[in-house]
Ligand binder design. Sequence first.
Ligand code: ADP
Ligand code: MG
Length: 254
Amino acid sequence: MEPKTIIAVKDLVKNYGDFKAVKGISFEVFEGEIFGLLGPNGAGKSTTLEIIETLRGKTSGEIMVDGFNLDQSPNEIKKIIGVQLQTSGYYPGLNLTELIHLFAGLYNEHVNAIELLDTVNLRDKAKAKFKELSGGQKQRFSIATTLINKPKIIFLDEPTTGLDPQARRNLWDLIKEIRSKGTTVIITTHYMDEAEILCDRVAIIDSGNIIAKASPDKLIDELVASGFEKPKEVKQANLEDVFIHLTGKHLREE
Ligand code: ADP
Ligand code: MG
């Protein structure tokens, strides 16, 4: 079956004054996949995401999200996407349940806060304040906030940056679970191990240009077919495997 395109970005350009941050990129995201936007710092990942999220204006190009043109129907798009809200909006005096009710009010949605917290494994923290959470818990809560309006697509901008190996793995499981329920996921990361494990397809963006676009498997096969060889003999494990083997997979920060 042909995959259905849920996001189509065509010739997207974003200039900040004289500076060309995004230089005419095109890509498609298929319904139900985890799509990775990979690239070094400053490549234009967040700019691209925020434009699709209707949070930032573009210079030129055309964007369609689930059949809606971004220029004509931004409000329709807002209704079907889930965006990580800025943590600065997480009022310090409110607990997680209260924050969810606050955000749900903004979306005009009724949500069962405990059920939602349960999906991100934070039921125990329902009465805790955001600032009292560990890094991994904060990220999980932030992902929960993307799900409030029961979106078709969620956008995750570097959700695992700064997390320890256990918390990263825990978040991968959560992201896979969200996708298994039919939600399309767009994620940015500069961890390639993460992209390889998580993403069905990726686009690699560098200095505002997309320089590769395919499944991780295909990109690796192409590199190998081109005659690339690793300078060192590859071992059966790496230091992260050692770390996880020694310290276990369970989360520490709870
Ligand atoms: P990434 O998320 O890939 O790290 P960004 O999209 O945040 O990259 O930024 C891409 C480039 O655009 C960077 O060089 C950044 O400094 C620049 N940039 C981002 N936002 C602005 C802005 N509001 N004004 C001027 N330049 C910006
Ligand atoms: Mg960024």
